[in-house]
Write a protein that binds this ligand. Structure first.
Ligand code: PBG
Length: 323
């Protein structure tokens, strides 16, 4: 035998030397759940280790992450039911929980990157990402709300707005609104290929944002399709997206690779709540080694072609690197 691939696997030093993919804390965006009140730190039952924070305690969490080297955050608000309505009016209240949190985080940590979610669902009494009329999700009327929401977030200090709603034309509309108001510098991270997934459950628990009726299949993509992701990528790029995202990540590594091979924009992947919960649940039962599974999954997402990983594991991964 002339070729023996095992030669390059013989010792840890050699394995490290030939390793193709490495993950650092710079690769991550850490999602943060926000709730109103003071001194709140409430664990999400279906996401062990992940909490919902009031503005004062989220500052401590950001400080701890920055200390560990994680410096990009994606906050999501949990809005009380009585503040929700059909038009998600609270989503563009400049004094709402979300813009206040953005301002506070930016004031205390000007060096961090804030990636803010643009979608109606946390504020919508119907629990959908668009305005619901007779069971239908209205597209163009929803764009108006998304534009207002993005503008409030930009004014509060967002570095990057991230529309996760999957309405048609949202990137172009938001770009236009931001530019008209002098926010040329605020970037857009498009949730480009966002699939109608069963893995969003724990996130909807965390925010109380599950649809009250129906599902999201008329706007989120069918998981049986990958070419369709290229159509979304072309549109988002033409409309001015600065980043493209694939979501979920783990069951969609081929889609991450597809966008990587067909775009020169940075590609983000969202390792979502259900993917996190599965690992935690199996690890808590002693069925898998949770830490090893975490590292393997995150490395695989990067290997598939993601430049950026949104993950609930970001902090834990940073802690693991420190060890
Ligand atoms: C909705 C939104 C969802 C997530 C982020 N933004 C869920 C959904 O579409 O219902 C899910 C993230 C996760 O599961 O971790 N705009």
């Amino acid at each position: 035998m002339i070729r023996r691939p095992r030669r390059n696997r013989q010792t840890e030093a050699i394995r490290n030397m030939v390793q193709e993919t490495t993950l650092t804390t710079h690769d991550f965006i850490y999602p943060l759940f926000l709730i109103s009140g003071q001194n709140q730190r409430v664990e999400v039952k279906s996401m062990p280790g992940i909490n919902r924070f009031s503005i004062d305690t989220v500052l401590d969490e950001v400080a701890a992450c920055v200390e560990l080297g994680v410096k990009a955050f994606a906050p999501f608000p949990s809005i009380p039911e009585e503040q929700k309505d059909k038009y998600a009016t609270e989503s563009h209240n400049p004094d709402g929980l979300f813009p206040r949190a953005i301002r506070e985080i930016k004031k205390n940590f000007p060096e961090v990157a804030l990636i803010t979610d643009v979608a109606m669902d946390p504020y919508n009494s119907d629990g959908h990402d668009g305005i619901v009329e007779n069971g239908e999700i209205l597209n163009d009327e929803t764009l108006e709300v998304l534009g207002k929401m993005a503008l409030v977030q930009a004014r509060a200090g967002a570095d990057i707005v991230a529309p996760s709603d999957m309405m048609d034309g949202r990137i172009g509309h938001i770009r236009q609104v931001l530019d008209e108001h002098g926010f040329q510098k605020v970037a857009i991270m498009a949730y480009t290929a966002k699939y109608a997934s069963a893995f969003y459950g724990p996130f909807r628990d965390a925010l109380g944002s599950a649809p009250k009726a129906g599902d999201k299949k008329t706007y989120q993509m069918n998981y049986a399709n990958s070419r369709e992701a290229l159509i979304e990528a072309e549109l988002d790029t033409a409309e001015g997206a600065d980043y493209l995202m694939v979501k979920p990540a783990l069951a969609y590594l081929d889609v991450i690779k597809l966008l990587r091979d067909n775009s020169n924009l940075p590609i983000a992947a969202y390792n979502i709540s259900g993917e996190y919960a599965m690992v935690k649940a199996a690890a808590q039962n002693g069925w898998i080694d949770g830490e090893k599974a975490m590292v393997e999954i995150l490395t695989s997402i990067k290997r598939a072609g993601a430049d950026i990983i949104l993950s609930y594991f970001a902090k834990e991964y940073a802690q693991y690197l420190k060890k």
